[in-house]
Design a protein around this ligand. Structure first.
Ligand SMILES: Nc1ncnc2c1ncn2[C@@H]1O[C@H](COP(=O)(O)OP(=O)(O)O[C@H]2O[C@H](CO)[C@@H](O)[C@H](O)[C@H]2O)[C@@H](O)[C@H]1O
Length: 542
């Protein structure tokens, strides 16, 4: 009962601090000590989970979901969960993996074509199931768009294929010698999976993590039959959303449980301002204890003392390498030498990220002696705004358009401050990476930014997402920068924080356990698994 009550608070995020602390306590259960980190395949496993994603960092990444997909399953495996990943076999994925073996076949449904399942075991033992459907996935570009940035017109079939494959694998179809106890789907591309499970009468529990409810996978109602959606499901209690089909809405409706990537965002999306029209459904889930918030972690490669992308390394006690990196960034972006603060932006260039506010604030930042290093790509309108302001201040503002992982690490690690005026931010990873490198985030107080930045301690938050708010925080940053002892205190405090994936993985594992043994509030009762499930120091034979 204790866990169930905690989960409900955890889920709804109601500010009862006493109970909340107990939830935090859950997250703090230490992992078993081990002298040598075992390889992923060596660990004894218990729960079987299929992690459904459209991105995977290192193989095909468009944003933060790629980072999460590459890190969270590995962290879960280290905690004894048998997690495997299913994703489309984009050309980049096939080019960057070797030894892909075709191990199964999946039937099509309606206009969704059949596909083969390729299996590859990555070097550390993580198993990926790759959906080989050349008519859908053998195209250039990133997971969602062609090389010119245009979205593919058949996105519904591309990700309907992913969703259906996940559901079918969970039902034991496809010829794999493995089936999950639970499906963990991510964002709208996997969101029809819980719906297919429901329509096919398969009692497999599912968790949907929403990394960003602004992206919902909305398609015309006329596509219903093409996706194999039963006519009766085109209803408010189903896939229908303002006369269209919405993958994310369907996932939220049919999944056993939903999760957002921070507690604050989990609360925010139950309101009209952040819920993207889904706030009613989300508030209902929260009321039933079926909406949780689990904050992301960051990859271990973001350690400034070891990061392979950094030509100079540093740590909190000796920041010489950080200064060398700042110089390298200035040179790379053709900025002039300066003793003033260097502000960083590494971001998708989209409306969400509030970079139009940076374009407005930039002349004042430069006037006070600051410089700005920007790396990103995205909407042409945002790129254009940033181009204009960087051209107006050539020696002080540098803009690199493109996706460049080594440069992202150098800019984040070498800068003094990170600008993150996001209008909304479900979790945010860059502010975690920055703090780990002693780069203080200046951020709008929203979503995961509130949950992960300590205002005045490890960064600077501002309340209103407007240029006055941003400039107010930048003025505070200049003050901090002009007091080296204060700057050092904040840097050290930021660098001392840990944002490890093991903490998030522990919370996900706990949630999986609760869903599997039926004690978490969920849309439907699921049969208990036949194996032993370990929970919070309490062993229960299921
Ligand atoms: N041009 C570039 N070159 C190289 N690297 C680049 C880059 N632009 C961005 N990156 C990297 O991509 C990642 C982006 O992370 P964000 O959290 O900002 O993700 P995003 O908004 O895409 O994801 C959504 O999902 C994530 C994951 O849950 C949430 O944290 C977030 O709030 C939500 O909006 C970071 O690792 C960053 O360093």
């Amino acid at each position: 009962m204790w866990v169930r009550a905690s989960l409900r608070v955890f889920a709804s995020g109601l500010g009862n601090r006493a109970i909340w602390a107990r939830v935090e306590g859950l997250a703090a259960i230490p992992a078993l000590p081990c002298l040598r980190p075992p390889s992923l395949s060596e660990k004894r496993t218990s729960m079987r989970v299929l992690f459904v994603t459209s991105e995977f960092a290192g193989l095909a990444k468009a944003g933060g979901l790629g980072d999460v997909s590459a890190a969270l399953p590995r962290a879960l495996i280290r905690q004894g969960v048998d997690v495997r990943v299913v994703m489309p076999a984009y050309p980049d994925v096939l080019a960057r993996t070797s030894g892909v073996e075709v191990v199964g076949e999946l039937p099509g449904r309606a206009e969704i074509p059949s596909c083969s399942i390729g299996r590859v075991r990555l070097e550390d033992g993580l198993v990926l199931y790759l959906l080989i459907a050349p008519s859908l996935y053998d195209r250039p570009g990133n997971p969602y768009c062609g090389p010119g940035g245009e979205e593919w017109p058949d996105q519904d079939l591309r990700f309907g294929r992913l969703s259906l494959a996940a559901a079918d694998i969970a039902r034991g179809i496809g010829g794999l010698n493995w089936a999950p106890d639970l499906l963990h789907v991510n964002d709208w591309p996997g969101s029809l999976a819980p719906a297919y499970l429901h329509w096919d009468g398969a009692p497999v529990p599912s968790l949907l993590t929403a990394h960003n409810v602004a992206h919902q996978g909305v398609f015309p109602a006329s596509r219903r039959a093409a996706l194999g959606i039963p006519e009766s499901a085109f209803a408010m209690e189903g896939v229908e959303f303002y006369g269209n089909i919405a993958f994310l809405k369907a996932g939220l409706f049919y999944a056993s449980h939903a999760c957002a990537v921070s507690q604050t965002y989990a609360r925010e999306i139950t309101t009209p301002a952040f819920g993207g029209g889904l706030h009613g459904l989300l508030a209902g889930l929260a009321g039933q204890g079926r909406l949780s918030g689990i904050v992301n972690g960051i990859d271990e490669s973001w350690d400034p003392a070891r990061d392979p992308y950094l030509p100079y390394h540093f740590q909190a006690e000796d920041l010489h390498g950080k200064r060398m990196l700042a110089e390298l960034v200035r040179t790379s972006l053709c900025l002039e030498h300066s003793e003033g603060p260097l502000f960083a932006i590494v971001s998708r260039l989209v409306h969400q990220k509030g970079l139009d506010l940076v374009a407005e604030a930039a002349p004042e930042i430069v006037r006070r002696g600051g410089q700005i290093a920007i790396l990103g790509m995205g909407q042409p309108s945002v790129e254009h705004l940033l181009h204009r302001v960087s051209r107006a201040h050539r020696d002080q503002i540098g803009l690199l358009v493109g996706f460049n992982e080594p440069m992202a690490h150098r800019i984040v690690a070498g800068s003094d401050f990170l600008l993150m005026p996001s209008r909304f931010e479900p979790c945010g990873l860059t502010q975690l990476q920055a703090q780990h490198c002693g780069t203080l985030p200046i951020a709008h107080a929203t979503g995961g930014l509130v949950d992960t930045i300590e205002d005045g301690g490890t960064g600077l938050l501002f309340e209103e997402a407007n240029v006055e708010g941003l400039l107010g925080a930048c003025h505070r940053a200049f003050e901090v920068f002009s007091h080296p002892a204060e700057l050092l205190r904040m840097r050290r405090r930021a660098m001392a924080r840990t944002f490890s994936w093991s903490r998030s993985a522990e919370q996900y594992r706990e949630l999986y356990s609760l869903l599997l043994d039926g004690s978490a509030p969920s849309s439907q009762p699921h049969p208990r698994p036949k194996r032993l499930v370990r929970r919070s120091g309490l062993d229960r034979a299921a």
